[in-house]
Design a protein around this ligand. Structure first.
Ligand SMILES: Cc1ncc(COP(=O)(O)O)c(C=O)c1O
Length: 380
């Protein structure tokens, strides 16, 4: 079966966050993490069927959905879970915020690595918890966690580690050795591991696989895993995510914080997630192949420029770029003049860096890269 990733779809009439950000219609938006591809046909037809029913009342998670999630996690990641470990959430960012309140008290601290997806930095502070960070380090071949820096940052008040795996924005796929070191660190300091694994379905390097942090020895009882089909199947606008929590004490703490505040998932979110996990595999395989080609094109072309350091994305559809050698005040606003909307690194804790979303048709990507090239040539 073939899928139409080359098709250009006008999104300007859909109030898309990605496409309404810029006042200038000629800017190609490559900032927020959603894809300019239609979702899998099996998801679209499941949604159409649900929509045709015509009644959209309050909806429970379909019974089949929890067992489908369990089968999916076992098949994809070799992770065996019980269905009652699942807590449904209307979005993963909601998850980051409620876990920050559930596993640390006001005045406590929550640890993260920078650069990091910005809600990791804001979620603790929104609940009057402190965000503390230690930077990832560039080892010469890959971004790595710096456990010496983490040891220096962690305090007695630190109660949880907000962890991103695979990592947004660097695209790292953490290996078992790195994850085991993280688990040992969290045990040593009595930290709950909050592992956001929303990008787990987007492993691009063919020699790498996603390891669920909670599936490592000694990790399950101190872990909360946050997941969603929304990144992999391009349906973040439908609002469906979930936490998987084995330890009943942690699960109850999380449920207690959510009570009466966190809205349930909408009917369409459940329907789409069920279709994605049950029938989405062929589309997903084709997507990953398409994204890999786009990634290689971006990395191959932009690495030729002395002004940029372009990091290899092992996973995700995001390229992380050090643009500090461009010597401009703000590289993202600079590129807007050339018709490209990149994500500024500052909210990730890395001013001077850029994040580029390459999940778009190849013809659009080629045009975008040409514009970036023009912007760089104008500096020389
Ligand atoms: C690491 C990570 N977590 C969470 C989210 C957002 O998830 P949601 O749309 O379910 O809130 C994103 C979106 O880019 C992300 O990259």
């Amino acid at each position: 079966m073939t899928f139409e990733f080359d098709k250009i779809i006008d999104r300007t009439n859909t109030s898309s966050s990605k496409w309404t950000k810029y006042d200038r219609p000629d800017i190609i938006p490559m900032w927020v993490a959603d894809m300019d591809f239609e979702t899998a046909p099996c998801i679209k037809s499941a949604l159409l069927e649900r929509i045709n029913h015509g009644i959209y009342g309050y909806t429970q998670p379909p019974e089949e959905l929890s067992s489908t999630v369990a089968t999916y996690l076992k098949t994809e990641f070799n992770w065996a879970i019980d269905t009652d470990w699942i807590i449904w959430l209307p979005s993963l960012v909601v998850g980051l915020n409620v876990v920050s309140r559930a596993f640390a008290e006001e005045g406590d601290a929550i640890l993260s690595n920078t650069p990091i997806y910005p809600p990791f930095l804001s979620a603790p502070t929104y609940g009057n918890r402190e965000t503390i960070t230690a930077p990832l380090v560039w080892s010469g071949t890959k971004w790595a966690m710096d456990f010496d820096a983490l040891e220096k940052t962690v305090t007695k008040k630190t109660k949880a580690f907000l962890f991103c795996s695979p990592h947004n924005p660097t695209g790292r796929v953490w290996n078992s050795k790195e994850l085991n070191e993280l688990v040992a660190f969290c045990h040593k300091h009595n930290l709950t591991i909050i592992s956001d694994e929303i990008h787990a379905g987007l492993i691009l390097d063919q020699d790498k696989t996603h390891t669920v942090t909670a599936n490592l020895p000694d990790a399950a009882d101190i872990s909360v895993t946050l997941l969603s089909a929304s990144k992999t199947f391009n349906m973040p606008g439908l609002g469906c995510a979930y936490a998987v929590v084995k330890n009943p004490t942690l699960r109850n703490k999380l449920k207690k914080v959510m009570n009466g505040i966190v809205h349930h998932v909408g009917a369409l979110g459940y329907t789409a997630t069920l279709a994605a996990y049950k029938e989405g595999k062929p589309w997903h395989a084709a997507l990953v192949n398409y994204l890999r080609l786009n990634r290689d094109y971006v990395e191959g072309d932009l690495s030729a420029h002395d002004q940029l350091t372009v990091y290899h994305s092992e996973a995700t559809y995001l390229t992380w770029i050090d643009a500090r050698r461009m010597n401009v005040d703000n590289p993202s606003t600079y590129f807007e003049q050339f018709g490209i909307g990149l994500y500024d690194g500052a909210p990730f804790g890395a001013p001077g860096f850029l994040r580029l979303n390459f999940a778009c048709p190849q013809s659009v990507l080629r045009e975008a890269i040409q514009r970036i090239n023009k912007g760089l040539e104008a500096l020389t």
